[in-house]
Design a binder for this molecule. Structure first.
Ligand SMILES: [Cu+2]
Length: 801
């Protein structure tokens, strides 16, 4: 590193004042050591906050130059100070990547001590000629050492000294120190001075709950009305209502009749409006576009029978919540029955996998252009020609790449490790290691954990409809901030009771669940609920709360009284409760009950209220002011759900670091659209007890041209150990078994699923299998042809059992 240039005549002066200041620092450190390290509200916890103390090397005591990436810069003391003699001037003259910053030294004596669960107000005086500057924080983990924590606030351009203040999130467990500074990631000069850090911890309100078990477990309510449609798809709309899409709803009769349905549910009054539905959207994909309309893609062209598999349509529609109507877009290149749909940072939607019109596997990536409002010709979209499977869970990373978590629907995982990073620009796929038992993650659930800034994904449970083992308790967690990210095992899913046809009994051994739902809650926990033990059979009654700060499940949450396995959905409502719908066991029935979960946080006393939102049109990197009626400790944007088959790859919780001035709170919006793709979000404010407000709806859009900051992107996950695979050879399709759904189509209609492999413990005899079918509510089934592969018709009368 080059030493900081300085004028000789000013050195003596600086050394004099440095001596005085060092004395003051030692005194304040003595105070800190003698008292509790926790709360010194009103006192600055920083050493040498104004650069007045300078070491013999010319660097201010307890500060260092840091940063990364390809850029040219200078960092030097300047006399253009806010107070005292010195300030720090950081100038970036050329940059193609990375950032530069003046940082507090990561040493025991220089880095300020912090206490887990506390929050700190950080502030700095600055001038800046670039919009690309942000406050970045690092934390010292007592086990794992120094690491990046988060970015808190973008600093607007200012030729004159400005005061920027922001409160940290709650300090995570195992953290004893932090350091922070201003990252400069664009060309320009940022001068900083008079840093300040004060403990701003809110007292935790006393627990006012008198609701008994609900205080810790929450409670479920089965609603007095029914879901009017056999919905497999649930999309929370920007007006707070819920679009439930059935199409033919896995009913061959409705399919034959051309009766396709969807409904809009209004949680405010419990009403449903049924919507004319133009095509069979059953088992299509869906995602909210950046204007809040819903893009729906593919659906069912034909049900499977003993001669062919399921077929997907090419049709695509947009649902408009303002008119409750569907409008056709241009067609997809081919069908995608069970596609993924992930919204990108520019508002485009990218789609992988599913089945084509001829029932073969679709190997074509499709992209819906936000600008053109249409699906692009496939030659304008990078192609890997690989088959990503059905409902592959593709999660957008902070640098625009996609993380394929390994969660999928039907059968084994993808070849290789079963999880990977797809670089959409370089068009390379790199496997990531560590996913446990990748061929038993069929209908597992994956979520980007709160907050999105942490770039960690949790994958839990799963089974396999082909081999039909007991669904498992595996949990895998990956930190995509690591240079070489890999899944590591998390704690096993808690066990509940399972009903295998003879009433609920406790799960044992390695029994877990597939069809599990994961819902991000506004307090930062993840509710996991519902699920089943086998292919379209044996619901598991279990719910727990995963805490991303401790990586633990809190077991024993109240359980949904209604079975929620295949074709069920759970999602967050804007009032911070959770709604669940659907269940479609192998006997062909569909559960019409609607359940609502009230989490423990709503029993803890009054909720904070967002009484005023200055603006509902937000730009990236901006600061947004709201008013609340009581103190809050955090605020966040949660993307409304668009969920089917345990899969909602767009679900995310984006932290909004706060700045507090009484009841007026400034919310700092990320500058990175990959962390929060454009669209409508639910804004929640949360108090110290974890009690959330009702959501306000805000729209996050792009910043006006050339005035806002560019995205601050980190070089996370840039050294994967595995080899990056180039695209394969162009091809048209992947052959797929017609029995891909794990159902033997020689028996009954397409709504009924006689498992091709019965669960372990079912005797391999006609009587054993027929007893199982009887216990699971199957009616007598007509043989659809001459074949009787499971031996269910020993009398050859054309009827099973
Ligand atoms: Cu399905």
């Amino acid at each position: 590193m080059t030493p900081i240039p300085r004028r000789r005549d000013r050195v003596r002066e600086r050394r004099r004042s440095a001596g005085a200041l060092l004395l003051a620092v030692v005194t304040s450190m003595g105070l800190l050591l003698s008292g509790s390290p926790a709360a010194h509200a009103g006192s600055n916890l920083l050493v040498n906050p104004g650069f007045e103390s300078v070491g013999p090397d010319g660097m201010p005591t307890c500060w260092e130059k840091s940063g990364w990436g390809d850029n040219d810069f200078t960092a030097q003391l300047t006399d253009k100070s806010h107070s005292g003699s010195n300030a720090m001037a950081l100038t970036v003259t050329r940059i193609t990547g990375g950032d530069r910053k003046a940082m507090m030294l990561e040493s025991t004596s220089c880095a300020p001590d912090v206490t887990p669960n506390h929050q700190y107000d950080l502030s700095v005086w600055y001038t800046s000629s670039t919009p690309n500057a942000a406050i970045t924080v690092f934390r010292h983990d007592v086990q794992n050492g120094w690491q990046y924590w988060t970015d808190l606030k973008t600093l607007p351009v200012s030729p004159d000294y400005q005061h920027a203040e922001v409160r940290t999130p709650v300090v995570p467990p195992n953290t004893d120190q932090i350091t922070w500074g201003v990252s400069v990631y664009g060309v320009g000069t940022v001068v900083t001075d008079d840093y300040d850090m004060e403990d701003a911890t809110q007292p935790t309100p006393g627990d006012a709950c008198s609701a008994g078990a609900a205080c810790t477990q929450g409670s479920w309510q089965v609603m007095p009305f029914k879901n009017p449609v056999r919905s497999m798809h649930a999309v929370v709309l920007r007006n707070g209502k819920v679009l439930l899409v059935a199409g033919s709803g896995n009913s061959p009769e409705l399919f034959q009749a051309g009766t396709f349905t969807s409904a809009v549910y209004d949680p405010k009054n419990g009403s449903f409006v049924t919507i004319p539905t133009p095509v069979d959207m059953f088992c299509g994909g869906h995602v909210q576009l950046s204007d809040g309309r819903v893009l729906i893609l593919s659906g069912t062209k034909a049900y499977s029978d003993s001669s062919h598999g399921y077929e997907g349509i090419k049709d695509s529609y947009i649902f408009d919540p303002a008119t409750n109507s569907y409008t056709k877009t241009n067609d997809l290149h081919d069908g995608h029955w069970y596609p993924s749909a992930t919204v990108l940072g520019n508002g485009d939607v990218i789609t992988f996998g599913g089945l084509k019109e001829d029932s073969s596997g679709n190997v074509t990536t499709e992209r819906f252009s936000q600008v053109q409002q249409q699906w692009l010709p496939t030659n304008q979209v990078n192609q890997t020609w690989s088959f990503w499977g059905l409902y592959p869970s593709m999660i957008l990373m902070q640098d625009g790449r996609l993380f394929y978590s390994g969660s999928h629907v039907f059968g084994n995982g993808t070849p290789g490790t079963g999880a990977s990073i797809y670089d959409t620009n370089a068009n390379t796929v790199t496997d990531v290691p560590g996913l446990q038992d990748k061929d038993h993650r069929d209908q597992s659930a994956s979520v980007l954990l709160p907050p999105a800034q942490d770039q960690r994904v949790l994958t839990m449970g799963g089974g396999n409809i082909d081999s039909n083992p007991d669904a498992n308790r595996n949990t895998d967690i990956i930190d995509l901030k690591q240079p070489n990210p890999q899944y590591v095992p998390g704690p096993p899913l808690p066990q509940g009771t399972v009903d295998q046809g003879a009433g609920p009994v406790p799960e044992t051994g390695a029994q877990g669940k597939m069809y599990v739902s994961a819902v991000l809650l506004p307090d930062g926990n993840v509710l996991e609920t519902g699920g089943g033990l086998h292919n379209r059979a044996d619901p598991v009654y279990e719910a727990s709360m995963f805490d991303p700060t401790t990586n633990t499940y809190k077991p024993g949450m109240a359980t949904d009284p209604i079975p929620r396995s295949y074709h069920s959905a759970a999602f967050l409502l804007p009032d911070a409760r959770v709604m669940t719908v659907g269940d479609n066991p192998g006997n062909g029935t569909f559960d019409e009950h609607v359940s609502i979960y009230t989490p423990p946080y709503l029993y803890k006393g009054p909720r904070p209220q967002i009484t005023f939102t200055a603006n509902s049109q937000w730009t990236y990197g901006s600061t947004q002011r709201i008013t609340v009626d009581r103190p809050i400790v955090k605020a966040e944007l949660i993307r409304p759900a668009a969920v089917t088959h345990s899969s909602d790859p767009n679900q995310r919780f984006v932290d909004l670091p706060i700045g507090v001035n009484g009841n007026s709170v400034d919310l700092n919006v990320t500058s990175n659209p990959n962390l929060a793709p454009p669209g409508w979000y639910m804004l929640f404010a949360v108090d110290a007890a974890g009690v959330p407000s009702v959501a306000s709806w805000v729209h996050l859009g792009t910043s006006p041209a050339n005035t806002g900051p560019s995205a601050m992107v980190h070089n996370f996950a840039h050294s994967p150990e595995n080899h990056a695979k180039q695209a394969g050879r162009p091809r048209t399709a992947q052959p797929i078994s017609p029995q891909l759904s794990g159902c033997d189509r020689d028996y009954g209609g397409a709504d009924v699923c006689v498992p091709t492999v019965f669960p372990k413990g079912v005797p391999n005899t006609t009587a054993g299998r027929c007893t199982w079918l009887h216990h699971h509510g199957y009616a007598r089934l007509r043989l659809t042809g001459r074949k009787d592969p499971l031996g269910l018709d020993p009398h050859h009368d054309g009827w099973a059992c």
